[in-house]
Ligand binder design. Structure first.
Ligand SMILES: *[C@@H]1O[C@H](CO)[C@@H](O)[C@H](O)[C@H]1NC(C)=O
Ligand SMILES: *[C@@H]1O[C@H](CO)[C@@H](O)[C@H](O)[C@H]1NC(C)=O
Ligand SMILES: *[C@@H]1O[C@H](CO)[C@@H](O)[C@H](O)[C@H]1NC(C)=O
Ligand SMILES: *[C@@H]1O[C@H](CO)[C@@H](O)[C@H](O)[C@H]1NC(C)=O
Length: 558
């Protein structure tokens, strides 16, 4: 993987760090499956989870860097939103509500953390826990970052287990009335906020006591409570079984007194797919896991409901083979469905987690000292799915195809007819994967063509001939295989260590346990328009450019 990615060194990572975007015009609402701003234009949620629900009930990392530095870092990594977690007790336990940050850290014996917060964020030490929470939210506003408030758990502490008595309505620590009251309070306290856009009503319902009746009864009441207290909020409803299951909505939808504010959320981690990623064939694992995802909740998008993939995550350094394979599959789905998402997690460390001080979060996008990205290349890869490909108000250009490479987060670009390479998706050419199985580059009208094993693929005029015909094969449907067979074996698009698009024998198609990801490509639909995309000028209807000017002016260009 690291050999393959070596060419990324030549793409300057600092090119990611452009000026920050502005906040969309609020409030947000929904339009079929899309989240849209006040003008009806799509807003794609590209979020990170930031934890503030652990024992200390202080947003993590304030011992490592000033809040402002953290907020700016989040924005510079291309995120436009934070899913900020909170425990019910923050608002319903008076003894907690009146604690200061200093007292909360010291009562837990977290001396080093307290010294760190004193050094980096002295102004919050004597705020109450709720005031400190508000300070984080308003700092994020200063960096134009939207916030989704996530009720993670009742009792502060690491979440979640089946037997932690916090799992479902009626469990020992999950009194529905207390929860409804806390949701109401939270929604009220952030009335008129400039950046709080939604509330995740409750994270990962689970455990032996979960029932469908309970889900409909209380989630509907929770959504109504939030909406009555603060009609601007999106109400975000999590599923059953650790938020892996919303399949029941295909039988019966929720009934609410309001419209246009309802969003569902689902979680997807590689470790939920058993040993498939480690021991199975990656194409089969990806095919299986993807159809599972669609069945458990992905179908909602087709049915016209917004679905927020509010947790997924991997070992950010690439040290887990299973996670690496999962991530390529996940990113292909995220790109194809143009999902709204929140990665687990932003935090590089915790003051204290599960008995360990200064716990290092290997899933953290930020380094343990919160000063930089844990892995710059990982952030670069996420950038491929941070901006919308489709949706209301994006542009007026006709739909075209992008050829996305999830292993790098990049897309296929034409340098010349004989040289195709990977580059930022924002500068992708417009392609068309036609019904005749040609892959045509629209500005030239030429088609992608196979030359030989190990040789660059090129653009040629032989559209319709077998050297220009391509099928999507394997269970993942991500191998782009030529109709031409070499020495009796199938040949697939691949990427050379320099980032050139080449053709090689297809690898790991089935049965074997190996890593096919360099040959994984996803042909996705887009109507995105960027000034970098010269070829797209040809697709513009005449006189349409004025329409784009305001959009382009607000957009980050890679
Ligand atoms: C399930 O409900 C029972 C009865 O209300 C309760 O005693 C038990 O603690 C609950 N289980 C969990 C895991 O919370
Ligand atoms: C995919 O699903 C099939 C049928 O459920 C199962 O037999 C197979 O082991 C799965 N393969 C992988 C790699 O997950
Ligand atoms: C591709 O070209 C066909 C005509 O060959 C056209 O009908 C179709 O809309 C095009 N699709 C895209 C995504 O450009
Ligand atoms: C194809 O087969 C021929 C004859 O067996 C062999 O010489 C050649 O190396 C093979 N080509 C590839 C790319 O494997």
């Amino acid at each position: 993987m690291f050999i393959l990615l070596s060419f990324l060194l030549f793409l300057s990572p600092t090119s990611l760090h452009t000026e920050s975007t502005s906040l969309p015009s609020l409030p947000l609402s929904t339009s079929s499956r899309w989240v849209v701003d006040a003008a009806g234009r799509r807003v794609k949620l590209a979020c990170g989870n930031w934890v503030a629900h652990m024992e200390a009930v202080v947003a993590e990392g304030l011992d490592k860097q000033p809040i402002k530095t953290i907020s700016e870092r989040i924005a510079s990594m291309g995120f436009n939103c934070v899913r900020l977690t909170w425990p019910t007790d923050l608002l319903s336990d008076p003894s907690l509500a009146s604690l200061t940050v200093r007292a909360s850290l010291l009562r837990l014996g977290l001396m080093e953390a307290a010294a760190g917060v004193q050094a980096n964020n002295p102004e919050i030490m004597d705020l109450t826990l709720f005031q400190a929470f508000q300070a984080v939210v308003s700092n994020l506003a200063d960096s134009n970052i939207m916030v989704i408030l996530d009720n993670q758990i009742t009792k502060p502490g690491w979440c979640c287990s089946n037997l932690d008595d916090n799992g479902f309505f009626g469990d020992k620590f999950f009194d529905p009335e207390e929860w409804l009251e806390a949701l109401t309070k939270m929604a009220t306290l952030f009335r008129g906020s400039t950046n709080v856009v939604g509330m995740s009503l409750r994270n990962e319902l689970r455990g032996p006591n979960q029932t469908l009746e309970g889900w409909y009864k209380y989630m509907q009441r929770g959504a109504e409570a939030v909406h009555s207290a603060n009609p601007e909020m999106l109400a975000i409803l999590s599923g059953l079984d650790y938020d892996k299951d919303l399949s029941f909505l295909s039988m019966k939808q929720v009934e609410l007194a309001f419209t246009d504010k309802l969003v569902f959320e689902l979680h997807w981690y590689g470790f939920s797919d058993g040993q498939d990623w480690q021991n199975g064939n990656s194409n089969e694992a990806c095919g299986n896991a993807t159809s599972n995802f669609i069945r458990k909740g992905g179908f909602l998008l087709k049915d016209g409901w917004p679905l927020f993939l509010s947790e997924f995550g991997v070992d950010v350094m690439g040290n887990s083979l299973a996670d690496n394979r999962f991530l390529s599959c996940f990113l292909s789905v995220a790109a194809e469905l143009d999902l709204d998402w929140a990665i687990w997690a932003l935090q590089g460390s915790y003051y204290h987690r599960e008995g360990q001080l200064d716990f290092d979060e290997t899933y953290g996008v930020l380094s343990r000292d919160w000063s930089k990205a844990r892995n710059e290349r990982f952030v670069y890869r996420l950038a491929g799915v941070q901006k919308p490909f489709q949706g209301p108000g994006l542009s007026n250009i006709p739909q075209y195809n992008i050829i996305f490479h999830p292993l790098t987060g990049l897309c296929i670009q034409k340098k010349s007819l004989f040289k195709l390479e990977l580059g930022p998706c924002a500068q992708s050419d417009a392609w068309n994967y036609t019904l005749e199985d040609d892959i045509m580059e629209k500005s030239s009208g030429f088609c992608l063509q196979v030359e030989d094993i190990g040789k660059p693929a090129k653009l040629g005029t032989q559209c319709g001939e077998s050297s220009s015909k391509w099928k999507l094969i394997s269970d993942s449907k991500m191998h782009i295989a030529s109709e031409m067979v070499f020495n009796g074996s199938a040949v697939c698009l691949d990427v050379s260590p320099e980032g050139l698009i080449v053709t090689n024998f297809c690898k790991c198609l089935r049965h074997e346990t190996c890593s096919p990801e360099s040959q994984w490509f996803k042909i996705i639909s887009s109507t995105r328009y960027e000034t970098g995309q010269k070829a797209l000028m040809d697709l513009l209807p005449t006189g349409a450019l004025d329409v784009y000017t305001p959009i382009v002016g607000r957009r980050r260009l890679l």
